[in-house]
Write a protein that binds this ligand. Structure first.
Ligand code: ATP
Length: 252
Protein backbone atom coordinates (compact mmCIF):
# COMPACT_ATOMS: atom_id res chain seq x y z
CA UNK A 1 0.00 0.00 0.00
CA UNK A 2 1.42 3.47 -0.86
CA UNK A 3 2.38 5.38 2.26
CA UNK A 4 0.57 8.62 1.39
CA UNK A 5 -3.21 8.91 1.46
CA UNK A 6 -3.39 12.62 0.68
CA UNK A 7 -0.89 14.93 -0.94
CA UNK A 8 -1.15 18.64 -1.61
CA UNK A 9 1.39 20.39 -3.79
CA UNK A 10 1.61 24.19 -3.65
CA UNK A 11 -2.07 24.30 -2.76
CA UNK A 12 -3.60 27.76 -2.59
CA UNK A 13 -7.21 28.26 -1.62
CA UNK A 14 -9.33 31.26 -0.73
CA UNK A 15 -12.60 33.09 -1.00
CA UNK A 16 -12.78 36.10 -3.29
CA UNK A 17 -9.49 37.99 -3.30
CA UNK A 18 -8.24 36.74 0.05
CA UNK A 19 -5.93 33.71 0.09
CA UNK A 20 -6.67 31.47 3.09
CA UNK A 21 -4.42 28.45 2.41
CA UNK A 22 -1.10 29.61 1.05
CA UNK A 23 1.09 27.39 -1.09
CA UNK A 24 0.66 24.33 1.09
CA UNK A 25 2.72 21.24 0.28
CA UNK A 26 1.77 18.41 2.57
CA UNK A 27 1.82 14.62 2.73
CA UNK A 28 -0.75 12.90 4.91
CA UNK A 29 0.29 9.31 5.61
CA UNK A 30 -2.20 6.49 6.19
CA UNK A 31 -3.47 6.40 9.76
CA UNK A 32 -5.13 9.13 11.82
CA UNK A 33 -4.04 12.68 11.06
CA UNK A 34 -4.94 15.75 13.12
CA UNK A 35 -5.37 19.32 11.97
CA UNK A 36 -4.84 21.88 14.70
CA UNK A 37 -4.76 25.66 14.63
CA UNK A 38 -6.32 28.79 16.07
CA UNK A 39 -9.77 30.03 15.00
CA UNK A 40 -9.75 31.11 11.39
CA UNK A 41 -6.45 29.33 10.62
CA UNK A 42 -7.96 27.60 7.58
CA UNK A 43 -8.69 24.09 8.89
CA UNK A 44 -12.25 23.95 7.54
CA UNK A 45 -11.14 25.48 4.25
CA UNK A 46 -8.47 22.80 3.88
CA UNK A 47 -10.89 19.98 4.75
CA UNK A 48 -13.53 21.31 2.32
CA UNK A 49 -10.85 21.39 -0.38
CA UNK A 50 -9.73 17.82 0.39
CA UNK A 51 -13.39 16.76 0.34
CA UNK A 52 -13.54 18.17 -3.22
CA UNK A 53 -16.37 20.47 -2.09
CA UNK A 54 -14.38 23.45 -3.42
CA UNK A 55 -11.81 23.31 -6.21
CA UNK A 56 -8.30 24.56 -5.40
CA UNK A 57 -7.50 28.06 -6.56
CA UNK A 58 -4.10 26.76 -7.65
CA UNK A 59 -1.81 23.84 -6.98
CA UNK A 60 -2.59 20.16 -6.89
CA UNK A 61 -4.32 17.67 -4.66
CA UNK A 62 -3.78 13.93 -4.86
CA UNK A 63 -6.33 11.81 -2.99
CA UNK A 64 -5.87 8.05 -2.67
CA UNK A 65 -3.30 8.13 -5.48
CA UNK A 66 -5.51 10.03 -7.89
CA UNK A 67 -4.67 13.59 -8.92
CA UNK A 68 -7.90 15.57 -8.79
CA UNK A 69 -7.81 17.76 -11.86
CA UNK A 70 -11.42 17.83 -12.99
CA UNK A 71 -15.00 16.87 -12.07
CA UNK A 72 -14.49 13.33 -13.32
CA UNK A 73 -11.54 12.78 -10.95
CA UNK A 74 -13.51 14.37 -8.11
CA UNK A 75 -16.53 12.12 -8.72
CA UNK A 76 -14.33 9.01 -8.80
CA UNK A 77 -12.49 9.96 -5.59
CA UNK A 78 -15.76 10.80 -3.79
CA UNK A 79 -16.83 7.16 -4.09
CA UNK A 80 -14.10 6.34 -1.58
CA UNK A 81 -14.30 9.45 0.53
CA UNK A 82 -16.49 10.36 3.50
CA UNK A 83 -16.86 13.88 4.87
CA UNK A 84 -18.44 15.13 8.07
CA UNK A 85 -18.73 18.95 7.93
CA UNK A 86 -18.95 20.96 11.15
CA UNK A 87 -22.66 21.47 10.58
CA UNK A 88 -24.24 18.63 8.70
CA UNK A 89 -27.72 18.73 7.30
CA UNK A 90 -30.40 16.14 7.97
CA UNK A 91 -34.16 15.93 8.00
CA UNK A 92 -35.12 16.05 11.70
CA UNK A 93 -37.99 13.61 11.26
CA UNK A 94 -35.88 10.95 9.56
CA UNK A 95 -34.93 8.03 11.74
CA UNK A 96 -31.22 7.17 11.94
CA UNK A 97 -31.85 4.30 9.53
CA UNK A 98 -33.70 6.55 7.08
CA UNK A 99 -30.97 9.20 7.29
CA UNK A 100 -28.18 6.73 6.56
CA UNK A 101 -30.24 5.07 3.79
CA UNK A 102 -30.83 8.48 2.24
CA UNK A 103 -27.06 9.17 2.38
CA UNK A 104 -26.49 5.80 0.68
CA UNK A 105 -28.85 6.86 -2.09
CA UNK A 106 -27.04 10.22 -2.45
CA UNK A 107 -23.77 8.31 -2.68
CA UNK A 108 -25.26 6.14 -5.42
CA UNK A 109 -24.67 2.93 -3.55
CA UNK A 110 -26.50 0.24 -5.56
CA UNK A 111 -29.91 -0.46 -4.01
CA UNK A 112 -29.17 -4.20 -3.77
CA UNK A 113 -26.35 -3.33 -1.33
CA UNK A 114 -28.06 -0.54 0.58
CA UNK A 115 -29.57 -2.58 3.41
CA UNK A 116 -26.28 -4.30 4.17
CA UNK A 117 -24.00 -1.23 4.06
CA UNK A 118 -26.47 0.90 6.04
CA UNK A 119 -26.71 -1.71 8.80
CA UNK A 120 -22.93 -2.12 8.79
CA UNK A 121 -22.34 1.64 9.20
CA UNK A 122 -24.96 1.96 11.96
CA UNK A 123 -23.48 -0.97 13.87
CA UNK A 124 -19.93 0.37 13.42
CA UNK A 125 -20.84 3.53 15.34
CA UNK A 126 -22.89 1.66 17.96
CA UNK A 127 -26.22 3.19 17.01
CA UNK A 128 -28.02 -0.14 16.52
CA UNK A 129 -30.36 0.55 19.45
CA UNK A 130 -31.20 3.99 18.00
CA UNK A 131 -31.77 2.88 14.38
CA UNK A 132 -35.47 3.73 14.67
CA UNK A 133 -34.96 6.93 16.68
CA UNK A 134 -35.67 10.21 14.92
CA UNK A 135 -32.62 12.36 14.23
CA UNK A 136 -34.17 15.26 16.17
CA UNK A 137 -34.29 13.10 19.30
CA UNK A 138 -30.61 12.09 19.32
CA UNK A 139 -28.15 13.49 21.86
CA UNK A 140 -25.21 15.55 20.58
CA UNK A 141 -22.86 12.56 20.83
CA UNK A 142 -25.26 10.26 19.01
CA UNK A 143 -25.76 12.87 16.30
CA UNK A 144 -21.99 13.01 15.75
CA UNK A 145 -21.93 9.22 15.53
CA UNK A 146 -24.71 9.31 12.92
CA UNK A 147 -22.58 11.84 11.03
CA UNK A 148 -19.60 9.51 11.20
CA UNK A 149 -21.78 6.59 10.06
CA UNK A 150 -22.62 8.45 6.83
CA UNK A 151 -18.92 9.27 6.37
CA UNK A 152 -17.83 5.61 6.56
CA UNK A 153 -20.75 4.29 4.54
CA UNK A 154 -19.83 1.61 2.02
CA UNK A 155 -16.25 1.23 3.25
CA UNK A 156 -14.81 4.65 2.44
CA UNK A 157 -11.00 4.74 2.47
CA UNK A 158 -10.55 8.40 3.38
CA UNK A 159 -12.67 9.98 6.12
CA UNK A 160 -12.55 13.74 6.75
CA UNK A 161 -14.05 14.95 10.03
CA UNK A 162 -14.42 18.65 10.86
CA UNK A 163 -14.40 19.26 14.62
CA UNK A 164 -16.06 15.94 15.42
CA UNK A 165 -15.65 16.30 19.19
CA UNK A 166 -17.30 19.72 19.58
CA UNK A 167 -20.10 19.56 22.13
CA UNK A 168 -19.24 16.10 23.43
CA UNK A 169 -18.97 15.42 27.15
CA UNK A 170 -15.81 13.72 28.48
CA UNK A 171 -17.33 10.23 28.36
CA UNK A 172 -18.58 10.74 24.81
CA UNK A 173 -15.13 11.98 23.82
CA UNK A 174 -13.56 8.78 25.14
CA UNK A 175 -16.11 6.72 23.21
CA UNK A 176 -15.38 8.85 20.15
CA UNK A 177 -11.67 8.09 20.41
CA UNK A 178 -12.43 4.35 20.46
CA UNK A 179 -14.61 4.82 17.40
CA UNK A 180 -11.86 6.65 15.50
CA UNK A 181 -9.40 3.88 16.34
CA UNK A 182 -11.87 1.37 14.92
CA UNK A 183 -12.55 3.44 11.79
CA UNK A 184 -8.81 3.80 11.21
CA UNK A 185 -8.68 0.03 10.64
CA UNK A 186 -10.69 0.69 7.48
CA UNK A 187 -9.69 4.20 6.41
CA UNK A 188 -7.27 7.05 6.75
CA UNK A 189 -8.91 9.60 9.03
CA UNK A 190 -8.19 13.33 8.89
CA UNK A 191 -9.80 15.31 11.68
CA UNK A 192 -9.70 18.93 12.74
CA UNK A 193 -9.96 19.89 16.36
CA UNK A 194 -9.22 22.58 18.91
CA UNK A 195 -8.44 20.01 21.53
CA UNK A 196 -4.78 19.14 21.74
CA UNK A 197 -5.59 16.12 23.96
CA UNK A 198 -7.78 14.59 21.24
CA UNK A 199 -4.84 14.75 18.88
CA UNK A 200 -2.52 13.10 21.37
CA UNK A 201 -5.04 10.36 22.07
CA UNK A 202 -5.88 9.31 18.54
CA UNK A 203 -3.58 10.86 15.95
CA UNK A 204 -0.41 9.31 14.57
CA UNK A 205 0.61 12.59 12.97
CA UNK A 206 -0.60 16.15 12.85
CA UNK A 207 -0.36 19.50 11.17
CA UNK A 208 -0.65 22.83 12.93
CA UNK A 209 -1.64 25.67 10.67
CA UNK A 210 -1.76 29.35 11.45
CA UNK A 211 -2.93 31.94 8.92
CA UNK A 212 -3.12 29.24 6.27
CA UNK A 213 0.51 28.22 6.62
CA UNK A 214 2.01 25.12 8.25
CA UNK A 215 3.89 25.80 11.46
CA UNK A 216 4.40 22.18 12.52
CA UNK A 217 4.08 18.70 11.06
CA UNK A 218 5.04 15.58 12.96
CA UNK A 219 3.88 13.17 15.63
CA UNK A 220 2.31 14.13 18.99
CA UNK A 221 5.57 13.03 20.59
CA UNK A 222 7.56 15.43 18.39
CA UNK A 223 5.14 18.19 19.36
CA UNK A 224 5.70 17.39 23.04
CA UNK A 225 9.42 17.68 22.42
CA UNK A 226 8.93 21.31 21.36
CA UNK A 227 7.53 22.10 24.78
CA UNK A 228 9.56 24.60 26.76
CA UNK A 229 9.27 26.23 30.19
CA UNK A 230 8.51 29.55 28.54
CA UNK A 231 5.56 28.30 26.47
CA UNK A 232 2.03 28.62 27.87
CA UNK A 233 -0.07 25.53 28.56
CA UNK A 234 -1.07 23.07 31.28
CA UNK A 235 0.39 19.98 29.63
CA UNK A 236 3.58 19.28 27.68
CA UNK A 237 1.50 18.92 24.54
CA UNK A 238 -0.22 22.27 25.02
CA UNK A 239 3.15 23.89 25.65
CA UNK A 240 4.45 22.23 22.47
CA UNK A 241 1.45 23.62 20.60
CA UNK A 242 1.95 27.19 21.82
CA UNK A 243 5.71 26.89 21.22
CA UNK A 244 5.02 25.88 17.59
CA UNK A 245 2.75 28.91 17.13
CA UNK A 246 5.19 31.27 18.86
CA UNK A 247 8.12 29.91 16.85
CA UNK A 248 6.17 30.83 13.73
CA UNK A 249 5.27 34.33 14.90
CA UNK A 250 8.87 34.92 15.88
CA UNK A 251 9.88 33.78 12.38
CA UNK A 252 12.27 31.21 13.78
N1 ATP B 1 -17.41 31.10 2.69
C1 ATP B 1 -16.48 31.98 3.08
N2 ATP B 1 -16.37 33.19 2.48
C2 ATP B 1 -15.44 34.08 2.87
N3 ATP B 1 -14.53 33.87 3.85
C3 ATP B 1 -14.59 32.69 4.47
C4 ATP B 1 -15.56 31.69 4.14
N4 ATP B 1 -15.36 30.62 4.95
C5 ATP B 1 -14.32 30.94 5.76
N5 ATP B 1 -13.86 32.18 5.47
C6 ATP B 1 -12.72 32.84 6.13
O1 ATP B 1 -11.59 32.01 5.92
C7 ATP B 1 -10.73 32.01 7.05
C8 ATP B 1 -10.46 30.59 7.47
O2 ATP B 1 -11.68 30.01 7.92
P1 ATP B 1 -11.81 28.47 8.29
O3 ATP B 1 -13.24 28.24 8.65
O4 ATP B 1 -11.21 27.66 7.21
O5 ATP B 1 -10.88 28.39 9.57
P2 ATP B 1 -10.84 27.32 10.76
O6 ATP B 1 -9.40 27.08 11.03
O7 ATP B 1 -11.66 26.13 10.40
O8 ATP B 1 -11.52 28.12 11.92
P3 ATP B 1 -12.35 27.60 13.21
O9 ATP B 1 -11.35 26.92 14.08
O10 ATP B 1 -12.85 28.87 13.80
O11 ATP B 1 -13.44 26.70 12.71
C9 ATP B 1 -11.43 32.86 8.12
O12 ATP B 1 -10.85 34.14 8.10
C10 ATP B 1 -12.86 32.90 7.65
O13 ATP B 1 -13.48 34.11 8.03
Amino acid sequence: MPTTAVRTINLTQGYGETPIIKNLTLDIPHGVFGLLGPNGAGKTTLLRTLATAIAPRSGEIVLLDRTVENDRDAREVRRHLGYLPQEFGYHPNFTVHEFISYCAWLRRIPSALTREVVTEAIMAVDLGAQAKTKMKNLSGGMLRRAGIAQAILGGTRLVLLDEPTVGLDPEQRLAFRDLIRRVSGQATVVLSTHLVEDVAAVCDNLLIIADGEPVFTGSPRELRDLSSERARGDTELERGYTAALYRNKAGI
